[in-house]
Design a protein around this ligand. Structure first.
Ligand code: AMP
Length: 159
C-alpha cells in the first residue's frame, strides 16, 4: 500500500513563487518527501517525460512550457500516495478543478482557452497518474542514490 509518486512544480508554479505553498500542502497530509531537486529540462527530456502526448496537437505548447524554466521535481512516498496527490492537485483543467485543490485554488483557465492561444494549460503541477507511470517517471527523473530512507513523525503518530 505504501507507494511512490513523481511530482513536478512546473515552470509556471516556480515563476509564480508558490513552490513553498505547494510543498506545504503535501507535507501537511503526512506524505514523505524522499527526493527533491531543481532541474531545467531540454526538448529531448520533455519528449521522454511526455511520451504519450508527443503526437497530440497541444504537444508543441506543452514542450515550450515545460522547458521555459526550471522545475522542482520531487518523489513523495505514502499510503496510496498516487491517488492522494492527484486528489490534492485536482483536475487537469483548472476550470474543472475543485476549490481547495492546487489547480482549483491557483488557476482557472480551460483547455479550450489555452488552445486559442496555442498554449499549454498552465496548471502548476504534474503528478503521476498510475503506479506504472510513477515507476517510469521516477526512474527517468531520479537516480536511486537521490532517494532517501528516513523516519518522520508520521511514522510514529500516523502509520
Ligand atoms: P497530463 O500528463 O495529463 O498532466 O497532461 C500533460 C499536461 O499537458 C497537462 O498537465 C497540461 O499542462 C497539458 N495539457 C493537457 N491537456 C491539454 C489540452 N487539451 N490543451 C493544452 N494543454 C493540455
Amino acid at each position: 500500500m505504501i507507494e511512490r509518486t513523481l511530482v513536478l512544480i512546473k515552470p509556471d508554479g516556480v515563476q509564480r513563487k508558490v513552490t513553498g505553498e505547494i510543498i506545504t500542502r503535501f507535507e501537511k497530509v503526512g506524505v514523505k518527501i524522499i527526493g527533491m531537486k531543481m532541474m531545467w529540462i531540454d526538448n529531448d527530456f520533455s519528449k521522454k517525460h511526455y511520451k504519450e502526448h508527443v503526437e497530440k496537437p497541444f504537444y508543441p505548447g506543452l514542450e515550450a512550457m515545460i522547458t521555459e524554466g526550471p522545475v522542482v521535481a520531487m518523489v513523495l512516498e505514502g499510503v496510496h500516495v498516487i491517488e492522494i496527490i492527484r486528489k490534492i492537485v485536482g483536475a487537469t483543467e483548472p476550470h474543472k478543478a475543485a476549490p481547495g485543490t492546487i489547480r482549483g485554488d491557483y488557476a482557472h483557465v480551460s483547455a479550450e482557452y489555452a488552445n486559442t492561444k496555442n498554449m499549454s494549460v498552465k496548471n502548476l503541477v504534474h503528478a503521476s497518474g498510475t503506479k506504472q507511470e510513477a515507476e517510469a517517471e521516477i526512474e527517468l527523473w531520479f537516480k536511486p542514490e537521490e532517494l532517501h530512507s528516513y523516519k518522520t513523525v508520521h511514522d510514529v503518530h500516523t502509520l
